[in-house]
Ligand binder design. Structure first.
Ligand code: NAD
Length: 354
């Protein structure tokens, strides 16, 4: 796992060594649904932010659940229904859920959680298919008093925010292209739920490509599909690599192109480039504290930025702010469910087109 810092496991794993004592005085009470890899990353971020505490977790996998509850000092439940039932009976008290189960497990948890008055932060992608994404986005807009946030955590990456600031300041002229590759080499994906379309909704595109499409949406505009090609290394499984061309549908950067590459059987590359008429900005997640500004005359400048590893902590802090101050996801810099739907529509069009 440590070879995939982009996927968010490194910091969490380190932080999980001991739950910080600040967590015991933190005010927002969380339930975690799905106690696997990313839940541990969230637990580390929750522990360091000190604004929330984990009260309970649910996971049908006994060993994952037992490990998680003993590390976080929380109460364990075999299913999300049992956890929500304990909440309804007053046996436990929660303010919000963080949903970290595979994409197929979304509606069945989020609908009763919102109905029970809980706020929700759900891991990406919003859902395994576009119909579920539509239903969840409609539900969120029908319940504006609830906080409904999607964990497109790269919006909280300091270099991405700095790219946004530099583009808005005109530093690279008129925007012309966005390029983003999130790829790595991990053959065991062929056996994991990530490549089972019934659980995940697809393969590498819906896994890491959904982050890329959201970064495009955040920096450039709402993406619409131009074309997509897939490589499928494993029979009956989702795509092992994907190359997608989008363009911005509207807004100040309408018509700007985006090239998104996702892959599970490739040398590791995690980077974003924004190209404009007067320069380009380049961020490599493997050189995490440098944002490169290239000028057309061949000169370049290095901007110092904070590492991308802070993004999960920033994300939970933003969610805590939304919950405690009754603000929407967008108001605190998080992605609303509607942005998850926009990404789901591109992925659906790409799958159908291929
Ligand atoms: N934001 C990021 O950078 C990032 C990184 C990794 C994973 N993720 C996302 O987080 C989610 C989980 O990924 P992961 O890497 O933690 O996977 P994982 O396989 O490590 O953990 C998933 C856990 O969910 C549990 N689970 C399955 N069905 C469940 C159910 N019905 N109720 C409760 N728990 C259930 C599994 O037993 C497992 O322990 C996925 O949506 C994934 O795309 C996001």
């Amino acid at each position: 796992l440590p070879i995939f810092p982009i996927l968010g496991h490194v910091k969490g794993a380190l932080l999980m060594e001991q739950v910080d004592t600040r967590s015991h005085t933190a005010s927002i009470r969380l339930g975690i649904i799905g106690a696997g890899g990313i839940a541990r990353t969230h637990a580390g971020a929750i522990s360091s932010s000190g604004q929330c505490r984990i009260i309970a977790a649910a996971d049908p996998n006994e060993s994952a659940l037992n490990g998680f509850v003993s590390e976080t000092g929380s109460e364990g439940f075999a299913t999300a229904d049992l956890l929500l039932g304990a909440c309804a009976s007053g046996a436990i008290e929660l303010d919000a859920l963080v949903v970290c189960a595979p994409p197929k497990v979304r509606r069945s948890v989020i609908e009763p959680a919102l109905a029970a008055g809980l706020d929700v932060l759900v891991e990406k992608p919003l859902a395994a298919d576009v119909a579920e994404a539509e239903a969840l986005a409609a539900l969120a807009s029908s319940m504006p008093d609830r906080v409904t946030a999607l964990g497109f955590c790269h919006r909280l990456t300091p270099a991405v925010l700095e790219m946004q600031r530099l583009v808005e300041s005109g530093a690279i002229g008129r925007l012309t292209r966005f390029e983003n590759t999130f790829a790595f080499h991990h053959p065991p994906k062929s056996e994991e739920w990530f490549s089972d379309p019934r659980q995940s909704g697809g393969g590498s595109l819906i896994d890491t490509g959904c982050h890329s499409l959201d970064i495009f949406q955040f920096l450039v505009g709402t993406p619409e599909l131009v074309g997509a090609t897939f490589d499928r290394a494993w029979s009956g499984r989702g795509d092992s690599s994907a190359t997608v061309l989008v363009r911005s549908a509207a807004g100040p950067h309408a018509g700007v192109a985006g090239v998104v590459q996702a892959g599970w059987l490739e040398p590791t590359r995690f980077h974003i480039r924004l190209v404009g008429t007067d320069g380009a900005l380049f961020y490599d997640y493997e050189a995490p504290e440098v944002l490169l500004h290239q000028r057309p005359d061949g000169t370049s400048e290095h901007h110092a930025v904070e590492t991308h590893e802070v993004r999960f902590e920033r994300q939970i802090e933003a969610f805590a702010k939304a919950v405690s101050e009754r603000k929407s996801a967008a108001e605190v810099g998080l992605a609303p469910f509607s942005d998850g739907l926009a990404v789901a529509r591109v992925i659906d069009a790409a799958h159908r087109g291929s």
